[in-house]
Design a protein around this ligand. Sequence first.
Ligand code: GLN
Length: 308
Amino acid sequence: SVIRDYLAEALGDVESDTSGEPAGYIPELAAADPERLGAVFATVDGQVYGAGDIDTEFTIQSISKPFAYALALADRGFDPVLARIGVEPSGEAFNQISLESDTGRPLNPMINAGAITAHSLAGSGELKPAERVERVVHGLSAFAGRPLRIDEAVCASELEHAHRNLAIAHMLRSHDILTEDPRAAVDGYTRQCSVLVTARDLAMMAATLANHGVNPLSGERVIREPVVRQVLSVMLTCGMYDAAGDWATQVGIPAKSGVAGGLIGALPGQIGIATFSPRLDPHGNSVRGVSLFERFSSDMGLHVMEVP
Ligand code: GLN
């Protein structure tokens, strides 16, 4: 099709860019094949177009954050979640230990402090940690429209190197933002980050956000519209960490990146987009993914502030 040819051509154009490095903080991520490259468009009416490595599995990492935040909002309601997690862009790196000075509240759900808190708020308050992980994996699967599973090797390795996230969780516990054992929260959050997805899955997850909370292929309503609006707003302002302002002006699509090389964008009412390429820029965003999104946005006029 014309769209598939367009995608293949776009991949061809970014292929020669070998700048950046795959995430190196654990051996399992450092070992990723840096040449992998794929892109998928999933429209709100259920059309899926892909090119390149669209069925290769990799860990979702931080792309899980907006979806776990959505589940927390859906399961607990807005007030309890907003009382514990802000919505202000931090302009800081994803693992910054930054909390509001007076309340101890994480600035937003896209940095690790907010994401660990959001994980702790998924499901009802009565769930045991393992049941909560099940709730989250089940919820991510509903967004994707197929059952997802955890990469236990990546998870175990991440847990051995989780000192910084543990420090963040202990800070959150000291402010009573977390009300449970900080280790259980980090364990669950790390399991959430270790869920395996493909670029195709990520495009469907993004398309579910673009399609007001209904998965375009399964037809399942995963979350309600007010939650979608909240999540997309936070993605637009905070999804790309300390590159969020550049992204909002250059690309203008609510988005989220992950350290394994995935990147999603969700354009309300239109399309979910996902790219996969493991080499990262200094912000922790996929180099070729960012280039592809810049191109898609300008070629097709996808910037949300542009009048169609
Ligand atoms: N598991 C990683 C962490 O919490 C995810 C980070 C990311 O994808 N940016 O450090």
